[in-house]
Design a protein around this ligand. Structure first.
Ligand code: ZN
Length: 395
């Protein structure tokens, strides 16, 4: 199957993150097995979703080193969006665009990688090529860590990883990290005429929310800064809040969701610790004066480490060579690349389609972008054969 045929098949699976992705994964697994390969799955605890990893070994059977092609199989919801085509049927309207949910983010890259397999298998590879397809990326990179843990357990070491998120086939060497949390504030209910008998969870939650804004203002005013980003400093925002049951009742509970998007050299744990410290030292004691069982709890909702690709890494040079691009490009959205980097596999982001089209109604990928990706991946596979590698690195 060619890239377009693969994309048609992949888009037809409604792999919105809340759904199972097993239909898609099993279809891919079966095809890879038919090629004589041995893909393995790393499932979630419930067994409803899975990552897939597959190695195309070197010609001598070697499985160490080589390049990983990484993509997530889940897509964002289409709920409430005004689509002019069926989002789960790839549609060619003749304008050079292929429409469908995930066509750009990021089933186009996965399709191109899968279409390459038969050809890659005929090449005299000196190093292996690996495929890594995850679930639940769109809900905070929750799926890939299971696969990466399994990779480490199996002792599989790759030389580099290309994460094919939509970058219009331009190499992206850095992105911010993201960390999302829910804070639960627990007070005591009372009739609102009897305020001294209650402990108002919303009011105390608000103090923490205000503190988040104060920390954000400090970063905005004083940095650290990296001018290569559109927003050149780390951000910190509260984006959802809930609590209370009626206007005449002191609220017992309040929870709010917040996230910070941090420059790769900032320490996410330290940022979170700073906020928790404020809640524990400044807010909780005041609550406890009113209600001894008052409580503030933080729950991690998801996140991904930032990426700061090494210019020394071979994969960076390889992708720069193949795309003829020397520009230092940093983006605001997070990817799974930082997760690979964290287990010692240098990673870079480069894939077909524009992030402008991602997550939107009438999402599309340009046919020309898919063709560029096909050429890119073909040359990347050839570079694993040795002769081409030196030439690529020399450009
Ligand atoms: Zn994506």
């Amino acid at each position: 199957m060619n890239t377009r045929q693969w994309l048609e098949r992949l888009v037809a699976f409604d792999t919105t993150s809340r759904n199972s992705n097993l239909g898609l994964i099993e279809s891919v697994r079966d095809t890879l097995q038919a090629h004589g390969l041995k893909p393995w799955l790393a499932a979630n605890p419930e067994g409803t979703k899975a990552n897939l990893f597959c190695t195309l070994p070197a010609a001598n059977g070697g499985t160490q080193g080589g390049i990983v092609l990484s993509g997530h199989t889940d897509v964002v919801p289409v709920d409430g969006q005004d689509w002019h085509t069926d989002p789960f049927q790839l549609t060619d309207t003749g304008d050079g665009h292929l429409y469908g949910r995930g066509s750009c983010d990021m089933k186009g890259f996965i399709a191109s990688a899968l279409a390459l397999v038969p050809e890659a298998l005929t090449l005299p590879r000196k190093k292996p090529l690996h495929l890594a397809f995850s679930y639940d990326e769109e809900v905070g990179c929750m799926g890939a860590p299971t696969m990466l843990a399994e990779l480490q357990k199996r002792g599989i070491r790759a030389d580099g990883c290309v994460v094919g998120e939509p970058t219009s086939m331009q190499p992206v060497v850095a992105h911010k990290g993201i960390s999302a949390w829910r804070c639960h504030v627990h007070g005591k209910a009372a009739h609102s005429s009897l305020t001294p008998q209650g402990c108002n969870a919303i009011e105390y939650a608000a103090r923490i929310v205000i503190h988040i804004r104060e920390l954000a203002d400090v970063w905005r005013g004083q940095g650290p800064f990296d001018r290569a980003y559109d927003v050149p400093y780390s951000s910190f925002t509260t984006n959802r809040i809930g609590g209370g049951i009626a206007v005449n009742t002191i609220p017992e509970a309040c929870h709010f969701d917040y996230e910070f998007r941090y420059l790769p050299d900032q320490d996410a744990e330290a940022i979170q610790a700073q906020l928790q410290d404020y809640a524990t030292r400044e807010v909780l004691p005041r609550m406890k004066q009113e209600f001894s069982d008052a409580d503030i709890r933080f729950e991690f909702s998801g996140g991904a480490p930032g990426l700061e690709a090494s210019e020394q890494a071979a994969v960076t040079a390889l992708v720069r060579g193949l795309t003829q691009n020397r520009e230092v490009r940093k983006v605001a959205y997070a990817t799974e690349a930082g997760l690979f980097q964290d287990i010692g596999i240098p990673a870079i982001v480069c894939g077909p389609g524009s992030i402008e089209q991602a997550h939107k109604p009438d999402e599309y990928v340009e046919v020309a972008q898919l063709e560029r990706c096909d050429r890119f991946l073909r040359r990347l596979a050839q570079s694993l054969c040795g002769a081409d590698a030196e030439a690529v690195h020399a450009t």
